[in-house]
Design a protein around this ligand. Structure first.
Ligand code: NAP
Length: 242
Protein backbone atom coordinates (compact mmCIF):
# COMPACT_ATOMS: atom_id res chain seq x y z
CA UNK A 1 0.00 0.00 0.00
CA UNK A 2 1.11 3.55 -0.78
CA UNK A 3 2.80 5.05 2.31
CA UNK A 4 1.41 8.58 2.04
CA UNK A 5 -2.25 9.54 2.34
CA UNK A 6 -3.94 9.85 -1.05
CA UNK A 7 -6.44 12.51 -2.12
CA UNK A 8 -8.73 12.88 -5.14
CA UNK A 9 -9.74 16.39 -6.16
CA UNK A 10 -12.39 16.58 -8.89
CA UNK A 11 -12.21 19.38 -11.47
CA UNK A 12 -8.57 19.88 -10.53
CA UNK A 13 -7.04 21.03 -13.83
CA UNK A 14 -7.56 24.71 -12.98
CA UNK A 15 -9.02 27.21 -10.53
CA UNK A 16 -9.72 26.34 -6.92
CA UNK A 17 -9.41 22.59 -7.57
CA UNK A 18 -5.86 22.95 -8.86
CA UNK A 19 -4.95 25.11 -5.88
CA UNK A 20 -6.50 22.63 -3.41
CA UNK A 21 -4.40 19.93 -5.07
CA UNK A 22 -1.24 22.03 -4.77
CA UNK A 23 -1.84 22.77 -1.10
CA UNK A 24 -2.68 19.15 -0.23
CA UNK A 25 0.43 17.91 -2.04
CA UNK A 26 2.49 20.54 -0.17
CA UNK A 27 1.17 19.03 3.06
CA UNK A 28 2.47 15.56 2.16
CA UNK A 29 -0.50 14.05 0.35
CA UNK A 30 -0.26 12.22 -2.94
CA UNK A 31 -2.90 13.95 -5.02
CA UNK A 32 -4.83 12.55 -7.97
CA UNK A 33 -6.09 15.44 -10.07
CA UNK A 34 -9.44 14.55 -11.62
CA UNK A 35 -10.06 16.24 -14.98
CA UNK A 36 -12.61 15.62 -17.70
CA UNK A 37 -10.02 16.56 -20.32
CA UNK A 38 -7.23 14.00 -19.97
CA UNK A 39 -4.59 16.29 -21.51
CA UNK A 40 -5.42 19.23 -19.23
CA UNK A 41 -5.31 16.93 -16.21
CA UNK A 42 -1.92 15.50 -17.20
CA UNK A 43 -0.51 19.01 -17.76
CA UNK A 44 -1.78 20.21 -14.37
CA UNK A 45 -0.29 17.21 -12.56
CA UNK A 46 3.03 17.68 -14.33
CA UNK A 47 3.10 21.36 -13.24
CA UNK A 48 2.91 20.14 -9.64
CA UNK A 49 5.54 17.42 -10.16
CA UNK A 50 7.86 20.08 -11.65
CA UNK A 51 7.91 21.83 -8.27
CA UNK A 52 8.51 18.56 -6.43
CA UNK A 53 4.91 17.77 -5.47
CA UNK A 54 3.54 14.23 -5.63
CA UNK A 55 0.67 14.15 -8.08
CA UNK A 56 -0.99 12.15 -10.81
CA UNK A 57 -3.99 12.75 -13.01
CA UNK A 58 -7.08 10.66 -13.62
CA UNK A 59 -9.69 11.18 -16.32
CA UNK A 60 -12.95 12.01 -14.60
CA UNK A 61 -16.10 13.58 -15.95
CA UNK A 62 -18.40 13.65 -12.94
CA UNK A 63 -21.41 13.73 -15.27
CA UNK A 64 -20.30 10.50 -16.99
CA UNK A 65 -21.14 7.32 -15.02
CA UNK A 66 -18.55 5.27 -16.95
CA UNK A 67 -15.64 7.47 -15.93
CA UNK A 68 -16.86 7.38 -12.31
CA UNK A 69 -17.14 3.58 -12.38
CA UNK A 70 -13.45 3.34 -13.35
CA UNK A 71 -12.25 5.22 -10.24
CA UNK A 72 -12.04 2.45 -7.60
CA UNK A 73 -9.80 0.29 -9.83
CA UNK A 74 -7.47 3.27 -10.44
CA UNK A 75 -7.01 3.92 -6.71
CA UNK A 76 -6.77 0.24 -5.74
CA UNK A 77 -4.22 -0.60 -8.44
CA UNK A 78 -2.12 2.53 -8.20
CA UNK A 79 -2.12 3.28 -4.47
CA UNK A 80 -4.18 0.65 -2.64
CA UNK A 81 -5.88 3.45 -0.73
CA UNK A 82 -7.89 6.68 -0.80
CA UNK A 83 -8.03 9.00 2.21
CA UNK A 84 -9.52 12.27 1.00
CA UNK A 85 -12.20 13.13 -1.57
CA UNK A 86 -12.74 16.77 -2.53
CA UNK A 87 -15.87 17.20 -4.66
CA UNK A 88 -14.80 20.44 -6.34
CA UNK A 89 -15.97 20.11 -9.97
CA UNK A 90 -18.71 22.61 -10.60
CA UNK A 91 -20.42 24.67 -13.27
CA UNK A 92 -22.74 27.68 -13.43
CA UNK A 93 -24.87 28.65 -16.40
CA UNK A 94 -27.54 31.00 -15.14
CA UNK A 95 -25.94 34.23 -13.90
CA UNK A 96 -28.40 37.04 -14.65
CA UNK A 97 -31.27 34.74 -15.68
CA UNK A 98 -34.64 35.16 -14.00
CA UNK A 99 -35.76 32.07 -12.06
CA UNK A 100 -39.09 32.24 -13.93
CA UNK A 101 -37.25 32.05 -17.26
CA UNK A 102 -34.44 29.60 -16.50
CA UNK A 103 -34.92 26.58 -18.77
CA UNK A 104 -35.46 23.41 -16.78
CA UNK A 105 -32.84 21.79 -19.01
CA UNK A 106 -30.25 24.32 -17.74
CA UNK A 107 -31.16 23.54 -14.15
CA UNK A 108 -30.84 19.81 -14.83
CA UNK A 109 -27.44 20.37 -16.44
CA UNK A 110 -26.07 22.20 -13.40
CA UNK A 111 -27.50 19.64 -10.99
CA UNK A 112 -25.94 16.83 -13.05
CA UNK A 113 -22.45 18.11 -12.24
CA UNK A 114 -22.79 20.03 -8.96
CA UNK A 115 -25.16 17.65 -7.16
CA UNK A 116 -25.58 14.24 -8.80
CA UNK A 117 -21.93 14.17 -9.88
CA UNK A 118 -20.68 14.70 -6.33
CA UNK A 119 -23.03 12.03 -4.99
CA UNK A 120 -22.11 9.48 -7.65
CA UNK A 121 -18.34 9.96 -7.16
CA UNK A 122 -18.72 9.72 -3.38
CA UNK A 123 -20.86 6.58 -3.50
CA UNK A 124 -18.39 4.89 -5.85
CA UNK A 125 -15.42 5.66 -3.59
CA UNK A 126 -16.99 5.27 -0.17
CA UNK A 127 -15.82 1.73 0.47
CA UNK A 128 -12.20 2.82 -0.13
CA UNK A 129 -12.65 5.87 2.12
CA UNK A 130 -14.10 3.61 4.84
CA UNK A 131 -10.84 1.63 4.83
CA UNK A 132 -8.78 4.80 5.40
CA UNK A 133 -7.70 5.61 8.97
CA UNK A 134 -9.04 9.17 8.70
CA UNK A 135 -11.33 9.51 5.67
CA UNK A 136 -12.37 13.05 4.78
CA UNK A 137 -14.99 14.23 2.27
CA UNK A 138 -15.21 17.92 1.35
CA UNK A 139 -17.98 19.27 -0.86
CA UNK A 140 -17.29 22.61 -2.57
CA UNK A 141 -20.44 24.52 -1.90
CA UNK A 142 -20.99 28.28 -1.92
CA UNK A 143 -22.49 30.98 0.27
CA UNK A 144 -25.05 31.06 -2.55
CA UNK A 145 -26.22 27.63 -1.31
CA UNK A 146 -27.22 29.13 2.05
CA UNK A 147 -30.98 29.75 2.19
CA UNK A 148 -30.39 31.79 5.36
CA UNK A 149 -28.02 34.21 3.59
CA UNK A 150 -30.07 34.30 0.36
CA UNK A 151 -33.20 35.28 2.29
CA UNK A 152 -31.46 38.02 4.31
CA UNK A 153 -31.87 41.42 2.56
CA UNK A 154 -28.77 42.62 4.44
CA UNK A 155 -26.56 39.86 3.00
CA UNK A 156 -24.33 40.80 0.04
CA UNK A 157 -25.52 37.53 -1.57
CA UNK A 158 -29.22 38.49 -1.47
CA UNK A 159 -29.26 39.91 -5.02
CA UNK A 160 -27.62 36.90 -6.70
CA UNK A 161 -30.78 35.07 -7.68
CA UNK A 162 -29.33 32.31 -9.88
CA UNK A 163 -31.83 29.47 -9.35
CA UNK A 164 -29.89 26.64 -11.00
CA UNK A 165 -26.51 27.31 -9.39
CA UNK A 166 -27.79 28.37 -5.97
CA UNK A 167 -30.22 25.45 -5.65
CA UNK A 168 -27.54 22.97 -6.76
CA UNK A 169 -25.35 24.10 -3.86
CA UNK A 170 -28.26 24.02 -1.38
CA UNK A 171 -28.88 20.43 -2.51
CA UNK A 172 -25.19 19.62 -2.19
CA UNK A 173 -25.31 20.91 1.39
CA UNK A 174 -28.23 18.57 2.06
CA UNK A 175 -26.05 15.68 0.83
CA UNK A 176 -23.22 16.79 3.16
CA UNK A 177 -25.52 16.75 6.17
CA UNK A 178 -27.25 13.47 5.32
CA UNK A 179 -24.02 11.59 4.62
CA UNK A 180 -22.31 12.98 7.74
CA UNK A 181 -25.22 11.68 9.82
CA UNK A 182 -25.01 8.26 8.19
CA UNK A 183 -21.24 8.09 8.83
CA UNK A 184 -21.37 9.58 12.34
CA UNK A 185 -20.01 6.41 13.98
CA UNK A 186 -17.10 6.09 11.52
CA UNK A 187 -13.81 8.06 11.38
CA UNK A 188 -15.02 9.74 8.15
CA UNK A 189 -15.84 13.46 8.31
CA UNK A 190 -18.07 15.10 5.71
CA UNK A 191 -18.26 18.88 5.42
CA UNK A 192 -19.25 21.64 3.00
CA UNK A 193 -16.85 24.49 2.20
CA UNK A 194 -17.63 27.95 0.86
CA UNK A 195 -14.39 29.15 -0.77
CA UNK A 196 -15.60 32.75 -0.90
CA UNK A 197 -15.78 34.76 -4.11
CA UNK A 198 -12.44 34.19 -5.82
CA UNK A 199 -10.78 35.00 -9.15
CA UNK A 200 -11.11 31.95 -11.39
CA UNK A 201 -12.81 31.34 -14.72
CA UNK A 202 -16.05 30.90 -12.76
CA UNK A 203 -15.52 33.73 -10.25
CA UNK A 204 -14.40 36.21 -12.91
CA UNK A 205 -11.74 38.95 -12.77
CA UNK A 206 -13.57 41.20 -10.28
CA UNK A 207 -13.67 38.72 -7.41
CA UNK A 208 -11.84 39.97 -4.31
CA UNK A 209 -10.10 36.70 -3.38
CA UNK A 210 -7.38 34.53 -4.90
CA UNK A 211 -7.68 30.81 -5.66
CA UNK A 212 -5.10 30.30 -2.92
CA UNK A 213 -7.42 31.94 -0.39
CA UNK A 214 -10.39 30.00 -1.76
CA UNK A 215 -8.57 26.71 -1.26
CA UNK A 216 -7.75 27.37 2.40
CA UNK A 217 -11.04 26.25 3.99
CA UNK A 218 -11.45 23.15 1.76
CA UNK A 219 -7.87 22.08 2.56
CA UNK A 220 -8.43 22.70 6.27
CA UNK A 221 -11.54 20.46 6.13
CA UNK A 222 -9.68 17.81 4.11
CA UNK A 223 -6.98 17.59 6.77
CA UNK A 224 -9.08 17.88 9.96
CA UNK A 225 -7.83 16.07 13.04
CA UNK A 226 -9.91 13.30 14.63
CA UNK A 227 -11.66 15.75 16.97
CA UNK A 228 -12.64 18.09 14.11
CA UNK A 229 -16.21 18.80 13.04
CA UNK A 230 -18.43 16.78 10.71
CA UNK A 231 -21.73 17.66 9.04
CA UNK A 232 -20.95 21.39 8.95
CA UNK A 233 -20.81 24.27 6.48
CA UNK A 234 -17.73 26.50 6.71
CA UNK A 235 -16.33 29.70 5.23
CA UNK A 236 -12.94 31.15 6.28
CA UNK A 237 -12.70 28.14 8.65
CA UNK A 238 -15.82 29.32 10.53
CA UNK A 239 -19.33 27.81 10.54
CA UNK A 240 -21.88 29.60 8.35
CA UNK A 241 -25.65 29.04 8.34
CA UNK A 242 -27.31 26.50 6.03
P1 NAP B 1 -13.54 26.95 -12.56
O1 NAP B 1 -12.29 27.74 -12.61
O2 NAP B 1 -14.59 27.15 -13.59
O3 NAP B 1 -13.12 25.40 -12.50
C1 NAP B 1 -14.10 24.40 -12.48
C2 NAP B 1 -13.45 23.05 -12.63
O4 NAP B 1 -14.50 22.05 -12.61
C3 NAP B 1 -12.70 22.89 -13.95
O5 NAP B 1 -11.57 22.09 -13.75
C4 NAP B 1 -13.72 22.17 -14.82
O6 NAP B 1 -13.13 21.44 -15.88
C5 NAP B 1 -14.31 21.25 -13.78
N1 NAP B 1 -15.57 20.62 -14.21
C6 NAP B 1 -16.70 21.20 -14.63
N2 NAP B 1 -17.60 20.26 -14.97
C7 NAP B 1 -16.99 19.06 -14.78
C8 NAP B 1 -17.38 17.71 -14.96
N3 NAP B 1 -18.60 17.37 -15.45
N4 NAP B 1 -16.51 16.72 -14.63
C9 NAP B 1 -15.29 17.04 -14.15
N5 NAP B 1 -14.84 18.29 -13.98
C10 NAP B 1 -15.69 19.29 -14.30
O7 NAP B 1 -14.31 27.15 -11.16
P2 NAP B 1 -13.75 27.43 -9.68
O8 NAP B 1 -14.03 28.84 -9.37
O9 NAP B 1 -12.38 26.87 -9.52
O10 NAP B 1 -14.80 26.57 -8.84
C11 NAP B 1 -14.47 25.39 -8.14
C12 NAP B 1 -15.63 25.05 -7.20
O11 NAP B 1 -15.81 26.12 -6.27
C13 NAP B 1 -16.98 24.90 -7.92
O12 NAP B 1 -17.72 23.84 -7.33
C14 NAP B 1 -17.66 26.23 -7.67
O13 NAP B 1 -19.07 26.13 -7.74
C15 NAP B 1 -17.16 26.56 -6.28
N6 NAP B 1 -17.22 28.00 -5.95
C16 NAP B 1 -16.48 28.92 -6.64
C17 NAP B 1 -16.54 30.26 -6.28
C18 NAP B 1 -15.74 31.33 -6.98
O14 NAP B 1 -15.87 32.52 -6.63
N7 NAP B 1 -14.89 31.01 -7.94
C19 NAP B 1 -17.37 30.67 -5.21
C20 NAP B 1 -18.10 29.71 -4.53
C21 NAP B 1 -18.00 28.37 -4.90
P3 NAP B 1 -12.91 22.10 -17.36
O15 NAP B 1 -11.62 22.88 -17.29
O16 NAP B 1 -12.83 20.90 -18.23
O17 NAP B 1 -14.09 22.99 -17.64
Amino acid sequence: MHAKPVALVTGANKGIGFEISRQLASRGYTVALGARDERKGAEAASRLRHVGLDSDSVRLDVADPRSIAALPAYFKERFGRLDVLVNNAGIANDWGLKPSATPVESIREVFETNFFGAIAVTQELLSLLRQAPAGRIVNLSSGLGSLTLLSDPNSPLYGTNALAYNASKTALNAFTLALAKELRETPIKVNSADPGWVRTDMGGPNAPGTAEQGADTPVWLATLPADGPTGGFFSSRRPIPW
